[in-house]
Design a protein around this ligand. Structure first.
Ligand SMILES: N[C@@H](CCC(=O)N[C@@H](CS)C(=O)NCC(=O)O)C(=O)O
Length: 212
C-alpha cells in the first residue's frame, strides 16, 4: 500500500493516523498539493492530496481512503459498527474537515505556509479574524461534545478523533493553543488524543519541517 501526499496537510495526516492506528504496513511517498504529473493525476484527478494505491486499486480523498482501509482491513476499526455511533463519527469527520478546517486553514496558511514555505506575506487580517471570530463557536461546541472517556464517539478511537486531532495539530503550528481554563474538556481530550503512539509517530516526521 502506498499513501501519497505531503506531510503537514491535515488530510494526509488523517490518513497516516488511520493507517498507523490500524497497524497496517505501508509506504509513504511525498507529493505536493496540486501536483500536475500525469502519474499523480491518474490517482487524484484534481491534484489533491492524499491519494492512495493498494496494488491495482487507486483512490484519492482521505475519507474515501479511510473507508477503504476499514472495509478491507476490519481489525481495529476506526469507523464504529453501531449505526448511530458511525453516523456521529462521520459527522465529526465532516465537521473537522470543513467547518474546523476552514478556520484552521486560514490560520495555518497565513501564519505558517505563506511566510515560511512560500516566501509570501500571509494575510494577517484573515488569520486574526479566524482566531477571533471563527474559532470560538467551534471550541464552545466541542467543549460540550467530549465524552468522559476522552473520545468523541464510542469506546475506541475513531475517525472522529483522528480528523479533529489532525486539524488541531495545524492550529498549534499556527500558534493557537486551546485555553485549558476556558475549555478544560477539549484541552484534556486533545492532550490524550495527541499522545497516542500514532500521533507521536506522525508528528515526529513533521518535526524537521516545523523546526520542533
Ligand atoms: N476532501 C479532501 C481534501 C484534500 C485537500 O483539500 N487537500 C489539499 C491539501 S491540504 C490539496 O491537495 N490542495 C491542492 C489543490 O486543491 O490543488 C480529503 O479529505 O482528502
Amino acid at each position: 500500500m502506498i499513501l501519497y501526499g505531503a506531510i503537514l496537510s491535515p488530510f494526509v495526516r488523517k490518513a497516516l493516523l488511520a493507517l498507523k492506528e490500524k497497524g497496517l504496513a505501508f509506504e509513504h511517498q511525498m507529493v505536493m498539493p496540486g501536483d500536475k504529473s500525469p502519474a499523480f493525476r491518474a490517482l487524484s484527478p484534481f491534484g489533491k492530496i492524499p491519494a492512495f494505491a493498494d496494488g491495482d486499486f487507486k483512490i484519492c480523498d482521505s475519507t474515501a481512503i479511510v473507508t477503504y482501509l476499514d472495509a478491507k482491513y476490519p481489525e481495529t476499526p476506526v469507523l464504529p459498527a453501531d449505526p448511530a455511533e458511525r453516523a456521529r463519527a462521520i459527522w465529526f469527520e465532516e465537521f473537522s474537515d470543513t467547518i474546523v478546517g476552514a478556520q484552521v486553514g486560514a490560520l495555518f496558511w497565513n501564519r505558517v505556509v505563506a511566510p515560511r514555505f512560500m516566501g509570501q506575506k500571509g494575510d494577517d487580517a484573515a488569520a486574526d479574524k479566524a482566531e477571533r471570530e471563527g474559532l470560538p463557536p467551534i471550541l464552545d461546541y466541542l467543549e460540550t461534545q467530549i465524552q468522559a472517556n476522552n473520545l468523541l464517539v464510542g469506546q475506541t478511537v475513531s475517525i472522529a478523533d483522528l480528523s479533529l486531532g489532525a486539524q488541531f495539530v495545524n492550529l498549534a503550528y499556527a500558534g493557537v493553543e486551546v485555553d485549558a481554563a476556558k475549555y478544560p474538556k477539549l484541552a484534556g481530550y486533545l492532550a490524550v488524543i495527541q499522545a497516542r503512539p500514532a500521533f507521536i509517530e506522525v508528528l515526529a516526521a513533521e518535526k524537521a519541517l516545523m523546526g520542533g
